[in-house]
Structure formats: C-alpha cells, structure tokens
Ligand binder design. Structure first.
Ligand code: PTJ
Length: 254
C-alpha cells in the first residue's frame, strides 16, 4: 500500500513534498530547503494552487526575455535540483542558457550531488564547481556571492528560482536582468527581480518551456515589445489581488 493513496484530494501537493523529502534523503536539498517548501506551499494554497493570469503574463515575458538574451544563465539550487531537474536542463538547451550551481547553504558534497542529477538528466556542462574560475559578486555576504567567471559573472540574464533578496539585488546592481520563480508575491526577491513568476515552479517551468517554443519564431522587435509591456510591480499587485479574491470567496463560504 503506497503511503500516499492516489485518491487523496491533495495528492499533487503531497507528491511535490515527497520530491523534496527524497531530494533531502539523496543529499540534494538543504534542511532549510524543506522549510522553504513549506513557506511556498502556504502561498500556493492562498493563490488557489493554479497558474493564474498574472503568472501566465510573467511566464510569457520571461520566455521573451530569455530568447532575447545573449549570455543567459540558469542558477540551480538544491530545491530546484530535486523538484524539476529534467525541465531545467531542457529549458537550458532550448534557450542556450548555461547552468550554474549556486547554493545559499554552501556545501561541496551537495553541490556534487546536484551536478550528478543534472548530468543524469542530460546536462553536458555545469558551472559553479571550479575554484579557479570563481569570482565574487559585490554587495552580498552569503555564499551565493561566489559565481563562475564564465557563467553568472558575465551573464546578461539570470534565472534564479527560489532566491534570496540579497543576491537578487546584487545581480541587479551588477547590471543583470533577473527572472525568478517565487510563490510569495510579497518577498524582497519578488520585488527586486525584473520578472517574477508567482507560481509553483513545478507548474510554471513546463509553461515557460512551452512559451519559449511558441515565441521562438518571433522577431527581436516583437520579443522586445513583450518585455517592454511587462510591468513587474503591476504583475505582483495582480497576484496579491488573486490572493485577496480567493480569500474573499472563501470568507463567503466558510
Ligand atoms: O539549496 P540552497 O542552499 O541554495 O538553498 C535553497 C533555499 C530554497 C533553501 C534558499 O534559497 C532559501 O532559504 O530560500 P527561501 O528564502 O526560504 O525561499 C525562497 C522563496 O521561494 C520563498 O519566498 C518561498 O515562498 C518560495 N518557494 C518555495 N517553494 C517554491 C517557491 N516558489 C516557487 N515554487 C516553489 N516550489
């Protein structure tokens, strides 16, 4: 008998949680990563556990921005490696983005496990493990400041899923365009990034891959128009309204 019956009404959420627990057991996820997942789950619940219109708009803008990028990099942490390694590798190939492992809770053993899982899912080269090519981002004290000279250090666009506010700010200050996935529309990261996808990364990563495919035939001018028409502040407000409307509806039926 499986521990989580298929008939459970919250099966999807419980299976995502299982991925994190398995990722922790396999040395990919930091202990704190389990807590981050819990925080994300709470916001996901308030958002209605679906990809809303605001998130769809952010996904489209992110796809356009990635297709316009010259030197894009996807930053991979423990939670992402556990939740969606196959999709992250697929996205990197689709938009020719480099992959770089960058951890908040620095741990060489965990970094090696993350590199292994990315390779198992088809990645050829993963940056972030060579001491000789490391450089420091200024403006942050955490281990996230250590980046690769051929990756995040020279990137024009950086995708930082489940990020902390300090590095998002440091990346912005270094002149980079930042795309993030963050279920919390109130977080510092959400407000500091150029494009914030307020959605569970496990849902929106496939939609981002799909939008990158759909937009790949567009001209640079058309792609730039999509990016220019996107307003992150407004999009975050729309996400907060989505939560407010959900709560209002629930308050009526509670
Ligand atoms: O592997 P490491 O050492 O780099 O550490 C990674 C974590 C995630 C532990 C680290 O970056 C961290 O402490 O993150 P936070 O600040 O706890 O979480 C970042 C944001 O991610 C929070 O606002 C959460 O709501 C959000 N979040 C959590 N799970 C998801 C999520 N957003 C989208 N999809 C999720 N599945």
């Amino acid at each position: 008998m499986p521990l989580i019956p298929k008939s459970h009404p919250r099966i999807k959420s419980l299976l995502i949680r299982e991925k994190l627990v398995k990722g922790f057991d396999n040395g990919l996820v930091a202990k704190e990563g389990l807590l981050a997942q819990g925080r994300g789950e709470a916001f996901d619940y308030l958002l209605g556990e679906k990809t809303g219109r605001a998130a769809m708009n952010a996904i489209k803008a992110a796809a356009a921005q990635l297709l316009l990028a010259k030197t894009p990099v996807i930053s991979v942490n423990g939670n992402i490696a556990a939740l969606c390694p196959r999709q992250i590798v697929r996205l990197s190939k689709q938009v020719k983005a480099k992959l770089e492992v960058n951890l908040f809770y620095a741990d060489e053993k965990r970094k090696r496990a993350i590199i292994r899982i990315l390779k198992k899912n088809g990645a050829n080269k993963i940056l972030g493990s060579s001491a000789s090519s490391s450089r420091e981002l200024s403006g942050i004290d955490s281990a996230r400041r250590i980046v690769d000279k051929d990756g995040i250090f020279v990137a024009d666009v950086v995708v930082v899923p489940l990020e902390d506010g300090d590095r998002t700010m440091a990346l912005r200050n270094a002149g980079k365009t930042v795309i993030t996935f963050d279920l919390n529309p109130l977080s510092r990261t959400s407000h500091t990034a150029d494009i914030t996808i307020v959605d569970n990364v496990t849902r929106s990563i496939d939609l981002l891959i799909s939008d990158c495919g759909k937009l790949s035939e567009k001209t640079q001018k058309d792609l730039q128009k999509i990016v220019d028409n996107f307003d992150n502040r407004k999009n975050l407000r729309d996400n907060v309204m989505q939560i407010k409307n959900n709560l209002t509806r629930r308050a009526k039926i509670a």
